[in-house]
Design a protein around this ligand. Structure first.
Ligand code: ADP
Length: 448
């Protein structure tokens, strides 16, 4: 096992990784930007190093600064968390070149899955169904029109380098497709410095169901069940649960095997998530792979009893998985609410500022992953996630009752949060009966 690792991230995921390290007996070195210099959670680290000013390009995304910090602090490995440099193949390569283990998949796997079209091609080779669409980057309007006529409208334009629900555009007819293509390219160039755009059939009212995968350096790959993340706003997840209310054991097994087959094409190692859309007839279609730990990983940890972050560190340190596929069981139901510093009554506008009161829920079956406490300053520079509230109960019905209790206990002052939004979700008849697709929020919570 490593003696000492650096955490190249901030907020709740930095806390999560530090917790895993402490339990493994690994020392932690945490980097931080000037915007985070007074953050209370910095105290959890064995050592902290300031890596620059607030803008992430000059701190959390600045590879030379992070590598220098790692060298000064004499760490053996870097955990990138999610976001920031976690899916940057170049960063993973630089780490290896500097003799520092990157806690994540090999750079080649990150690069392959970082390009969504390449990922689709890999899934096809693995015999896994993908959403019908173009086979490469769209070169011309004519090509976009030809593919769309072939597969039928509506279609969705997606950036090959896209992520975080950005760079997508639905087109219902030829005019909106041609306009959308130019806008999507410009947006993709601005957001991802890559104007490549492709198109897929837009699946109507799908569910988003993803499979957690773990692989070790000896070629063992396991699937750890699914997470249903259908409750989204603008393609961003707000509530996640395991198991999915709609999966049969048979579909779960097929999706799990499909996920492993996709990863096997790239000599995958460490944690990863294979994302699928599931249509109303139970057909599933591969959409992409996230080659990192995900925000919503705790629901899988709760139902499987496996500490995914500890496993990431063990795998990077060269340990082998201690389970066979048949050892992996899902027990009970886990649900996570993402609590963001956003005002649900003002179109989810971010609400940075000082948290003046913070009364967090607790009690049986409750887990709260957060870096925030009373007095915390939420900087405007980063994403707005302030806490993940996770419950784990024997049944979905009980999990919902516990979540409702927690949402009523949770009291925050100083900033607006999405807690009131979640309270409404957990009263909605369709959510209670498990009838959620990716359009649920837009349909019932229309905010302008
Ligand atoms: P990102 O990498 O930005 O998260 P994804 O490809 O994972 O993008 O898609 C995010 C979400 O966008 C999905 O969960 C789903 O809600 C929606 N989406 C993506 N592709 C399609 C599609 N072909 N049809 C319908 N919805 C889609």
């Amino acid at each position: 096992m490593f003696r000492r690792i650096l955490i190249a991230n901030r907020g709740e995921i930095a806390v999560r990784v530090m917790r895993a390290c402490r339990e493994l007996g690994v020392e932690t070195v945490l980097v931080y930007s000037e915007a985070d210099r007074n953050a209370q959670y910095l105290r959890m680290a064995d050592e902290t190093i300031c890596i620059g000013p607030a803008p992430s390009a000059k701190s959390y995304l600045d590879i030379p600064k992070i590598i220098s910090a790692a060298e000064i602090a004499d760490v053996e490995a870097i955990h990138p968390g999610y976001g920031f440099l976690s899916e940057n193949a170049h960063f993973a390569e630089v780490c290896h070149a500097c003799n520092i283990r990157f806690i994540g998949p090999p750079p080649e796997a990150i690069a392959s899955f970082g390009d969504k079209q390449r990922a689709r091609a890999i899934a096809k080779v693995a015999g896994v169904p993908t959403v019908p669409g173009s086979t490469g980057i769209l070169a011309t309007e004519e090509e976009a029109l030809r593919v769309a006529r072939e597969i039928g409208f509506p279609v969705i334009l997606k950036a090959v380098a896209g992520g975080g629900g950005r760079g997508m555009r639905v087109a219902h007819n030829e005019v909106s497709l041609v306009n959308g293509l130019h806008q999507a390219r410009a947006e993709a160039e601005a957001a991802f410095k890559n104007s490549g755009v492709y198109l897929e059939k837009f699946i109507e009212r799908p569910r988003h169901v993803e499979i957690q995968v773990l692989g070790d350096g000896g070629g063992n790959l396991l699937y750890l069940g699914e997470r249903d993340c259908s409750l989204q706003r603008r393609h961003q997840k707000l509530v996640e649960e395991a198991p999915s209310p709609v999966l049969t054991p048979e579909i779960r097994r097929r999706m799990g095997e499909a996920a492993v087959a996709v990863c096997r094409q790239t000599n995958y190692e460490n944690a990863g998530t294979v994302e699928f859309l599931v249509d109303r007839n139970g057909n599933f279609y591969f959409i992409e792979v996230n080659a990192r730990i995900q925000v919503e990983h705790p629901v899988t940890e709760m139902v499987t009893g496996i500490d995914l972050v500890q496993e990431q560190i063990r795998i990077a340190a060269g340990e082998r998985l201690r389970w066979k596929q048949s050892d992996i069981q899902m027990k009970g139901c886990a649900i996570e609410c993402r609590i963001n510093a956003e005002d649900p009554d003002a179109n989810f506008r971010p609400t940075p500022g000082r948290v003046t009161a913070w009364m967090a829920p607790g009690g049986p079956g409750v887990r709260l992953d957060t870096h925030v406490a009373a007095g915390a300053e939420i900087p405007p520079n980063y994403d707005s996630l302030v806490a993940k509230l996770i419950v784990h109960r024997p049944t979905r019905r009980e999990a919902i009752a516990t979540m409702r209790r927690c949402l009523s206990e949770f009291h925050v002052e100083g900033i607006s949060t999405t807690i009131p939004f979640h309270r409404k979700v957990f009263e909605h008849a369709d959510f209670l009966s498990g009838e959620v697709d990716t359009g649920f929020v837009e349909r019932y919570f229309a905010t302008r």
